[in-house]
Design a protein around this ligand. Structure first.
Ligand SMILES: Nc1ncnc2c1ncn2[C@@H]1O[C@H](COP(=O)(O)OP(=O)(O)OP(=O)(O)O)[C@@H](O)[C@H]1O
Ligand SMILES: [Mg+2]
Length: 450
């Protein structure tokens, strides 16, 4: 007989407690506990205990990279590491209305094998209307409107699908648990069940997940540990473009990003992101600098904008968009100490134009020069690109992928690129762009405002 009592689960990290708590001791989030039922005897079958597990020699197992299912959407395939790996579970998260269902259905429509799209949010007619708007015509795509996972699993077997899309994991529930859909237990257990079946049946699952207002995928963090790949679909509400980012990937790099633009007839891939990011640029404005960042395998040119204003209050403001604010504090201290720029009583606003988020230190030099340019109100010539990491001593340190960055700058018509002196070694120079090596901050500030 099944007996149940109540437990409290942190909706952010999955921490369990017998009492309600205001603050989670595990992840420190406030007001995140929700009431759930504890199953003291789960209705799981014990048939598995009679089965024998098989051990294989690694040399006997056949698997190949070519098994990956290509979606035909290059940006999507690249972020996944070259396509969807059979047997894998991919979690696709994003803000409401960002275009998760659109991306999933557009990818599904191009797959040449059977795809099952399970919707728990929309009716099949609504899906059809979206498909008509997106001009999707595919004989391999089947739609199922269902939220009961046990029924879904039998439909998956019947349909012999190679890819299954679950839209969304928060609406699914399994009969084995009495908790309502969207609770931590249901999300976790449904994901585990799907994962188990996906590995056994060698089909891939794309789980669509909602994001909470803090920007984390709703449901416990443990979900991110269970799945193979976590993709985040993000965008700025005032821009048409969307960025697909991989946060975790068991079968590929996590640095890759995919860029799309949202139109009425769906998402369109952006093949040349540098052109897109530089298109709105206001030339001849102080505080604007172009840099070259490498996201995964692809170089992207983008504009760094800084605005430095006097602060009337004791505590000057430091606001960043798309850049780490702690890194900015370090660079401000370096500029103050090594380049004698008075920044301690000024407000500094820093923006990576276009809504991208850049984590790599290769953009340090551009950030420093854009701040100096705004502070001194001197314009940096708009045909120059700056790259390099800035050390605490004000030295410009070498960076990776230098040739890719130089080539991209040359391709987009820039005529001068400042790079770390140490990167000059071993650089095969055969380009039309002028390459200027720099050693430290004071040197570059002299060169750039000549
Ligand atoms: N007729 C249209 N013209 C232009 N863009 C549209 C149109 N209809 C929808 N869109 C775009 O598609 C987006 C919604 O896409 P979609 O339903 O795939 O998002 P979602 O992330 O799945 O949302 P949810 O979280 O509600 O499931 C809208 O925010 C809008 O940008
Ligand atoms: Mg949706």
């Amino acid at each position: 007989m099944s007996k149940s009592r109540i437990k409290y689960v942190c909706t952010s990290c999955g921490y369990e407690s017998l009492r309600w708590l205001g603050k989670c001791p595990e992840c420190d989030s406030w007001n995140s506990f929700s009431e759930e039922l504890v199953e003291t005897s789960k209705k799981k079958s014990n048939a598995a205990s009679n089965q024998k597990s098989s051990v294989y020699k690694i040399s006997e197992i056949s698997a190949s990279e070519e098994d990956r299912v290509k979606t035909g959407i290059k940006e999507f395939d690249r972020v996944l590491g070259g396509g969807i790996m059979p047997g894998s579970v991919i979690l696709l998260g994003g803000d409401p209305g960002i275009g998760k269902s659109t991306l999933a259905i557009q990818a599904a429509a191009q797959i040449s094998s059977n795809v099952l799209y399970v919707t728990g949010e929309e009716s099949i007619q609504q899906i059809k209307l979206r498909a008509l708007r997106l001009k999707i015509k595919s004989d391999n795509l089947s739609i199922l409107a269902e939220t009961n996972l046990n029924l879904i699993l039998s439909s998956i077997k019947e349909s012999e699908s190679s890819v299954v899309i679950i839209d969304s994991i928060q609406t699914m529930h399994s009969e084995q648990f009495d908790n309502s859909p969207g609770t931590v237990t249901q999300i976790r257990e449904c994901t585990s069940l799907l994962m188990e079946e996906a590995k056994k049946g060698h089909f891939a699952v794309i789980l669509i997940g909602h994001v909470t207002k803090e920007g984390i995928i709703a449901g416990p963090k443990v979900l991110e540990h269970i799945v193979d790949t976590v993709l985040q679909f993000e965008g700025e509400s005032n821009h048409a473009f969307r960025i697909l980012r991989s946060q975790k990937n068991r079968f590929g790099s996590t640095n890759e990003i995919g860029i799309f633009e949202m139109y009425e007839n769906g998402l369109v891939e952006v093949n040349n992101p540098s052109e897109l990011f530089l298109s709105d640029r206001e030339k001849n404005v102080s505080g604007s600098v172009i840099t070259a960042s490498v996201e995964g395998t692809r170089p992207i040119l983008l504009e760094v904008q800084a605005l430095v204003t006097p602060s009337n209050y004791g505590n000057p403001q430091r606001v960043t968009t798309g850049f780490d604010s702690r890194r900015l504090s370090i660079l401000l201290a370096v500029l103050e100490k090594r380049a004698n720029l008075r920044l301690s009583a000024t407000n500094v606003f820093l923006n990576m134009a276009g809504g991208v988020r850049i984590m790599e230190p290769a953009v340090d030099l551009a950030v420093c020069c854009s701040i100096a340019s705004s502070l001194l109100d001197k314009i940096i010539d708009n045909k120059s690109v700056l790259i390099g990491e800035v050390g605490l001593g004000g030295e410009i340190r070498s960076i990776g992928n230098i040739e890719k960055r130089i080539k991209e700058a040359e391709k987009l018509g820039f005529n001068r690129i400042f790079i770390p002196d140490n990167n000059m070694k071993g650089l095969k120079l055969n380009s039309g762009i002028r390459i200027v090596p720099v050693n430290n901050l004071s040197e570059i500030l002299h060169l750039i405002f000549e």
